[in-house]
Design a protein around this ligand. Structure first.
Ligand SMILES: Nc1ncnc2[nH]cnc12
Ligand SMILES: [Zn+2]
Length: 339
């Protein structure tokens, strides 16, 4: 790739809108925390664990991801995990990030909701002080569990309402359509949270329709199968519903055979608010800049395309108009001064 475009990608201020905090758990930190908490691991070394990162589909990955998360027990563990991600995001010139967390992954093991959220938000506060990085937190329900379990999780979340900006849906997609969570998302909206949902990752375009029509999702996570349905593409453009696409994730989970097949160009050409994100960077071989760089290379994206993707990341963020204007001005200043 052209050195100048590479530098432009690395330096451009950007927002990350699709990253699971449990998916930023690096093998070295997994072993460190497992050791200090006396939790046995199935793997004998960092190298052995890394070797297991060879996935045929979403479920293969989720099995390992939930296994690693089981070493997280104390508030300090969640703090260390989050601080480690935010350091990397800052290095990639991420100036705003909206982080997913999966409370049920921890509460079902007896770790309290407060332990999880207090550790994460303390690291978010420290990162703001230290690096000026802006952050929001999005709670996700695990869709392989019941709607009742999601309702109980929402109850726990209400005690920490001011720390959570939006509620989403993740985990095993096929067989667990958004409609399964219709009632609980009515409550989510009544409580004033923004709504997002993973849809159209491994699942069909129909699941994206359900997410926007039944759950009234304001942003779709992945959504790559939308490209199969021209009416849906038109709907996403018309209603200005952003997609948080994660190219390296799609490649590693075999949603696509080649990065060339991630439909970022189709979304850009259609005028859909598409963004690039890392999803679970410690498992998929790269953080946000790696996603931008490898996608730009595979799709021959121009500097102008990169600018649009970075701008879209701010347009698609759950921030105030004042914050949005601040970031858009930062972006414009960067554009005008980059040589
Ligand atoms: N890519 C993904 N899809 C669904 N659920 C997830 N949880 C973490 N990463 C996920
Ligand atoms: Zn995801």
């Amino acid at each position: 790739m052209d050195e100048n475009l590479k530098r432009y990608i690395e330096l451009i201020p950007k927002a990350e809108l699709h990253v699971h905090i449990e998916g930023t758990f690096e093998p070295e930190l997994i072993f460190e925390i497992a050791q200090r908490n006396n939790v046995p691991l199935k793997y004998n070394s960092v190298e052995e664990l890394r070797k297991a990162y060879n996935f045929n589909n979403l479920q293969d990955f989720l099995d390992i991801y939930y296994g690693a998360a089981s070493v997280l027990l104390y508030e300090q563990d969640f703090y260390d995990l989050t601080a480690s991600y935010l350091r990397k995001a800052h290095a990639d010139n991420v100036v705003h990030t909206e982080i997913f967390f999966d409370p049920q992954t921890h509460t079902t093991r007896g770790v309290s909701f407060a332990t999880v959220i207090n550790g994460i938000t303390r690291a978010m506060g420290d990162a703001k002080t230290e690096w000026g990085i802006s952050t929001k937190l999005i709670m996700c329900f695990l869709r392989h569990l019941s709607e009742k379990s999601a309702e109980e999780t929402l109850e726990s979340a209400l005690l920490h309402k001011e720390k959570i900006i939006a509620v989403g849906l993740d985990s095993s997609e096929n067989g667990h359509p958004p409609g399964k969570f219709f009632h609980v998302f009515n409550r989510v909206r009544e409580e004033g949270f923004f709504v997002v949902a993973h849809a159209g990752e491994e699942g069909p375009a129909e699941y994206v329709w359900e997410a926007i029509d039944l759950l009234e999702a304001e942003r779709i996570d992945h959504g790559v199968s939308s490209v199969d349905d021209p009416d849906l593409m038109e709907e996403l453009r018309e209603r200005e519903i952003p997609l948080t696409v994660c190219p390296l994730s799609n490649l590693k989970l075999r949603v696509v055979e080649d990065l060339k097949n991630v439909p970022v160009r189709s979304f850009l050409e259609k005028g859909i608010l598409v963004t690039l994100n890392s999803d679970d960077p410690s498992y998929f071989g790269g953080y946000i800049n790696d996603n931008y760089l490898q996608t730009a290379e595979a799709l021959q994206l121009s500097r102008n395309d990169i600018y649009t993707l970075a701008k879209n990341s701010f347009l698609a963020s759950f921030i105030t108009e004042k914050e949005r204007n601040f970031f858009l001005e930062k972006l414009l200043n960067f554009e005008n001064s980059f040589v």
